[in-house]
Design a protein around this ligand. Structure first.
Ligand SMILES: Cc1cc2nc3c(=O)[nH]c(=O)nc-3n(C[C@H](O)[C@H](O)[C@H](O)COP(=O)(O)OP(=O)(O)OC[C@H]3O[C@@H](n4cnc5c(N)ncnc54)[C@H](O)[C@@H]3O)c2cc1C
Length: 466
């Protein structure tokens, strides 16, 4: 328990305005986008201004035996930045500096910078930062690195980890280490940079990231195709991914088409079984790629196919995908999940989602990153309706079971957080669990960093055969 005397002492060691203790303000840091009704209430929120503040907070936390929950923008949908009762929530939201070096094609970025701002700063220098989680306008780069975020353009460009060259990390004992550097080869000693990518705030607090930028691709050409059945869309996507490198290859199911049409009214075909949205940014080759995609879609029974080389019109074609989140956010609490099944079984997955939705009275729509075989079922239920929240949680468990039954997995594009610990435990062999635990203990011996998340929350016997 932190008393006011120790909090005052902490405030004196930190930048002005860093410490928040007002109960109303603390409330706004309790939950993230998983909206967990069991979120704790932090004893204090620290809004760090620099690496030195983060070091002070961690030294203080170890001295007082108080857990620390690092927090970026709080868009975790798996409870990664959900507060712990009596703990310190360490917000990086004030650390937003971005510096782009066109010569080395790198950006040095503070963790609280919005991903959208990093992409915009790269674009201003004529460069491109590819990772594009759907939340890119509301999430932070530190959160992206800590969860190894992905998005539609991972089909061609890979995930956040592929762009992290180096970082500054503050360890649990308050020491700051520089990992990697500005060049791909800058990695003396063990290659530890990637250990911290995806570590969800359980191994250290990232206070600066060096990102690799790439040449800006040509503006994309876009194709949309309606299919009567999901199985046809999945087969077309499989052929497209095998032959080409689309910069986006997404499939919306019929429930998602209907929901988007309710919200944006753009005359989408509600009777279709699936809508495929694909892009090529291959410059002079883009027209040819789109033509091949069109033929492939028609071969697999597409009813209507439209394409455009106009960037603005392409955004309009892609609009339904974003509209499903906006529609659900507006009226419902929203759970965005991720499962992976082989594309040839995608139709069984989406049929199963419809059955689960009906059984639990929950809205479930899905959008699939087809090149990665990664499906996001998005669940919606009325805000503040506890019974509906319980039903949605039960639906989510069934979705995970269904994915595994279809030969798939419950992957971690969104991270493990608190809410996918069962999936993590099921995936780790006893040996791998033991290694994870040893690494966690070596780096954070008192276990103060994000104690309810990822491997922090697993016991010795929680692994697959445990
Ligand atoms: C509508 C919507 C769509 C989404 N779409 C996608 C998507 O397409 N792809 C995807 O990958 N995710 C997606 N997400 C999930 C979420 O946006 C990502 O996980 C994102 O990377 C989290 O960033 P954040 O800044 O909000 O982090 P937070 O939620 O604040 O934190 C996430 C995790 O990172 C840790 N963390 C944050 N900052 C630091 C730091 N500086 N040092 C150490 N640890 C830190 C936290 O402790 C926590 O474990 C979506 C979320 C929403 C709400």
């Amino acid at each position: 328990m932190l008393d006011s005397e120790s909090l005052n002492a902490l405030a004196e060691r930190l930048s002005p305005g860093a410490v928040l203790t007002d109960p109303d303000l603390l409330q706004s840091y309790r939950q993230d986008w998983s909206f967990d009704p069991e979120s704790g209430t932090p004893a204090v929120v620290v809004r760090a201004a620099d690496t030195a503040d983060v070091q002070e907070v961690l030294r203080f936390a170890v001295d007082h035996g108080v857990p620390v929950v690092p927090r970026g923008a709080g868009t975790s949908v798996v409870g990664g930045s959900t507060a712990v009762d009596g703990a310190i929530t360490l917000s990086l939201e004030r650390m937003t500096a971005i510096s782009v070096d066109r010569g080395s094609r790198t950006a040095v970025v503070e963790p609280g910078a919005a991903t959208a701002d990093v992409k915009a700063a790269a674009a201003d220098a004529g460069l491109f930062y590819p990772p594009d989680p759907s939340s890119f306008e509301i999430c932070s780069i530190g959160g992206n690195v800590a969860t190894n975020a992905g998005g539609p353009c991972c089909a061609k460009y890979g995930v956040t980890s592929d762009y992290v060259l180096g970082m500054t990390v503050v360890l649990a004992d308050g020491s700051a280490v520089e990992l990697g550097g500005t060049r791909v080869k800058d990695s003396p000693g063990l290659a530890l940079t990637k250990l911290f990518v995806g570590s969800e705030g359980t191994l250290g607090v990232i206070t600066s990231v060096t990102l690799r930028l790439v040449p800006r691709p040509a503006s994309p050409h876009t194709l949309v195709a309606y299919f009567p059945h999901m199985s046809d869309a999945a087969a077309a996507a499989q052929d497209i991914a095998a032959a080409l490198s689309p910069s986006q290859l997404e499939i919306m199911d019929s429930a998602a088409i209907g929901l988007a049409e309710d919200f944006i009214r753009m005359d989408l075909d509600r009777t279709a079984g699936a809508l495929l949205i694909a892009r090529s940014d291959a410059g002079l080759g883009a027209r040819g790629e789109i033509d091949t995609m069109q033929k492939t879609c028609e071969t697999h029974g597409a009813t209507d196919v439209f394409s455009t080389d106009d960037e603005f019109e392409g955004e309009v074609f892609d609009r339904p995908r974003h509209a499903i989140y906006e529609a659900l956010e507006k009226v419902d609490a929203l759970i965005s999940d991720d499962v992976a099944v082989p594309l040839r079984r995608l139709a069984e997955l989406t049929d199963g989602l419809a059955a689960i939705a009906e059984r639990h009275g929950t809205t479930i729509v899905s959008c699939t990153h087809a090149a990665d075989e990664l499906t996001h079922p998005v669940l919606g239920y009325p805000h503040g309706d506890d019974a509906a929240a319980v039903a949605a949680a039960a639906a989510r468990v069934e979705i995970h079971e269904l994915a595994v039954a279809l030969g798939g997995t419950v992957p971690t594009e969104y991270g493990i957080g608190r809410h996918k610990r069962a999936a993590l435990a099921a995936a780790l062999s006893p040996e791998l669990l033991a290694l994870n635990r040893r690494i966690k203990h070596a780096v954070d011996p008192t276990g103060i960093l994000n104690p309810k998340v990822l491997v922090s929350a697993l016991g010795e016997t929680d692994g697959r055969a445990g």
